[in-house]
Design a protein around this ligand. Structure first.
Ligand SMILES: [Zn+2]
Ligand SMILES: [Zn+2]
Length: 191
């Protein structure tokens, strides 16, 4: 694992807390969104501001981080493909354990090291994995331009919300459609 860069926007230095349980620090910061923050159809545009309102609290095993992240979202409606602009508000909470404490706990419980545990590295926190998880969790699974978006017309692909009453000539009878295919097929063989 590469060591964390203390100057990276999503790396937080906790040394100020001095490993004294109970000491805390609040910080507000705005960081540029990393690439691909979100899901394919809805995400925070890369480089756009993510506002973080955080609180770091030293506890026995490590540092408890709580807070919120607010950012703009861009994406498209999964039914009609219209662009969507929205805002996301995600809650953050994670315990970052001192690596030495983590090893001790694992020995005591006689368990395998739990890979899910977030560790402090040189008393620094890498906020990016937590931010990614929190944003994805806070996103709607299927983003829609509006809750009752009627989607696209299956005949012509028109956006039904713009033109809800449009109609088409009766579709080709499926039996005739089969015949047309057959004719094309026959022609093909004659070539
Ligand atoms: Zn839509
Ligand atoms: Zn149509």
């Amino acid at each position: 694992m590469n060591s964390l860069d203390p100057r990276a926007p999503l790396v937080l230095d906790t040394r100020e807390l001095g490993r004294r349980p109970g000491s805390q620090r609040e910080l507000e910061l705005t960081v540029p969104a990393p690439a691909q923050l979100g899901i394919e159809v809805l995400s925070v545009p890369e480089g756009s501001p993510v506002e973080l309102d955080l609180r770091l609290e030293a506890v026995m095993e490590g540092v408890l981080l709580t807070g919120t992240a607010t950012a703009a979202l861009e994406g498209e409606c999964v039914r009609c493909l219209e662009p969507i602009e929205d805002e996301i508000f995600a809650r953050l909470q994670e315990l970052y354990v001192y690596p030495d404490q983590h090893t001790k706990a694992a020995e005591h419980d006689d368990r395998d090291l739990d890979d899910e545990t977030s560790l402090l590295e040189d008393d620094m926190i890498d906020l990016e994995p937590l931010l990614r998880d929190a944003v994805v969790l806070a996103l709607p699974f299927q983003p829609l331009c509006r809750d009752d978006c009627p989607g696209l017309c299956t005949e012509c692909g028109a956006r039904l919300a713009d033109d809800p009453d449009h109609t088409h000539e009766a579709p080709i009878d499926p039996r005739w459609a089969g015949l047309v295919e057959l004719q094309q097929d026959t022609q093909h063989h004659q070539d």
